[in-house]
Design a protein around this ligand. Structure first.
Ligand code: PLP
Length: 388
């Protein structure tokens, strides 16, 4: 067995794809400003428009409806606002309904003040409760303005898929807008804005093998758009000002192209590896709790709790074994807090969960080593009766 480090934290960020790296480097050498009309400017513009088509294709959208941002967090803050526009006329939304398991980028509610935000509960299986959504929207005060609903497509901690297409029907029946954070779903399952009938989609380059610092807000139309978060020179058709991040956007496009091609073969292989990993973990420690095991999940993610092992202790133990994984609720500081996702599922949030997430270069050998490390850490837990 190899002693090389094993990267199993692809949901935190994916490895940069060689083709995204090459395209990014080409973008660095484009001298022009995409807003300039000279040849250099036009070459830079062409790189951005190519990426726009590639990103649109990945999510079944119209390229004209892709607004590039600095990442998913910015895309979320752009769209989650009560201040919308229909053409030049302002439109005020009446409230935000956000699922309890959203990533903080969405869960924080963007520019909606706290008194305009309501949480949608999830079931014990980690799935957004559509009955509760229906109930909330029925009680929504339509005079205050139309409601906005935010539900992610795949949960970042557990990988559990959410019934977004069904939610869209409910939201639209109540005249609302649906925002879908598809950050952890794109490149893992087929995603189509049209099929989902979502009004807005949020995606991020670095989760699919593109560079960090690029993302997009994709809309189904242009009739109703959020008042821009970043104002200035009117770039991105006035939706996001600032000279475009050409290398980042070009690299994003290359990653989107990779993600869209050969998805089903790649994911069948990854799903088989994940299933083998879970079977190996179960054999080594029958008391392991695999979150969302029986439901629909993205194929690359497994979130588990080993009773008696604290998440942060487990994370360090795996790191010492040469394996990078994450404690599901690690926040930006790297400190592990209580998981709001487990809490929303009615589990003891102090238990914490470890998350293993796989990517396109995860090998059989990586899984063998992960199972061996898991068995060692789980065994040590038994001997000491506590965390390793
Ligand atoms: N949404 C989800 C589900 C995520 O997993 C992440 C990143 O962890 C984000 C949003 C934020 O993405 P970005 O790093 O591009 O701001």
């Amino acid at each position: 067995m190899s002693t090389e480090r094993i990267y199993l934290d692809w949901n935190a960020t994916a490895k940069l794809l060689p083709e995204a790296r090459a395209t990014l480097l080409e973008g660095l050498d484009l001298a022009g400003n995409p807003s300039s009309v000279h040849r250099e400017g036009r070459a830079a513009r062409a790189a951005i428009e190519k990426a726009r088509r590639q990103v649109a294709e990945l999510v079944g959208a119209d390229a004209a409806h892709v607004v590039f941002t600095s990442g998913a967090t910015e895309a979320a803050n752009s769209v989650l606002t009560p201040d919308f526009r229909m053409g030049r006329s302002p439109v005020r939304l009446g409230g935000l309904y956000v699922s309890a398991i959203e990533h903080p980028a969405v869960h924080e509610g963007g520019r909606f003040p706290a008194d305009m935000r309501t949480e949608i509960p999830v079931s014990a299986d980690g799935v957004v409760r559509l009955d509760a959504l229906e109930d909330l929207l029925r009680k929504h005060d339509a005079d205050a303005g139309l409601p906005m609903v935010a539900i992610m497509l795949a949960n970042s901690e557990t990988g559990i898929l959410q019934p977004v297409a069904d939610a869209a029907k409910i939201v639209h029946a109540h005249g609302g807008l649906l925002v879908v954070d598809a950050v952890q779903a794109v490149g893992r399952i087929p995603v189509s804005l049209e099929a989902l009938e979502a009004d807005f989609l949020i995606i991020s380059a670095h989760k699919i093998g593109g560079p960090k610092g690029a993302g997009a807000l994709v809309s189904r139309g242009e009739t109703l758009m959020p008042a821009p978060l970043i104002r200035g020179g009117g770039h991105e058709k006035g939706h996001r000002s600032g000279t475009e991040n050409i290398p980042g956007i070009a690299g994003f496009g290359a990653a989107a192209r990779f993600a869209a091609n050969g998805l089903s073969e790649r994911n069948a292989r990854i799903a088989a590896l994940r299933d083998r990993l879970e079977a190996g973990m179960r054999a080594a420690a029958p008391d392991v709790i695999i979150h969302g095991e029986s439901g629909d999940r993205v194929p690359n993610t497994t979130a588990f709790t080993l009773p008696g092992l604290k998440a942060e202790t487990g994370q360090i133990a795996f790191d010492l074994e040469g394996i990078a994984l994450s404690a599901g609720s690690a926040c930006s500081s790297g400190k592990v807090g209580e998981s709001h996702v487990l809490k929303a599922m009615g589990r003891d949030p102090r238990l914490g969960a470890l998350r293993i997430s796989l990517g396109w270069d995860t090998s059989d050998d990586d899984i063998d080593r992960a199972i061996a490390a898991f068995a060692k850490i789980a065994g040590r837990r038994k001997q000491t009766g506590a965390a390793a």
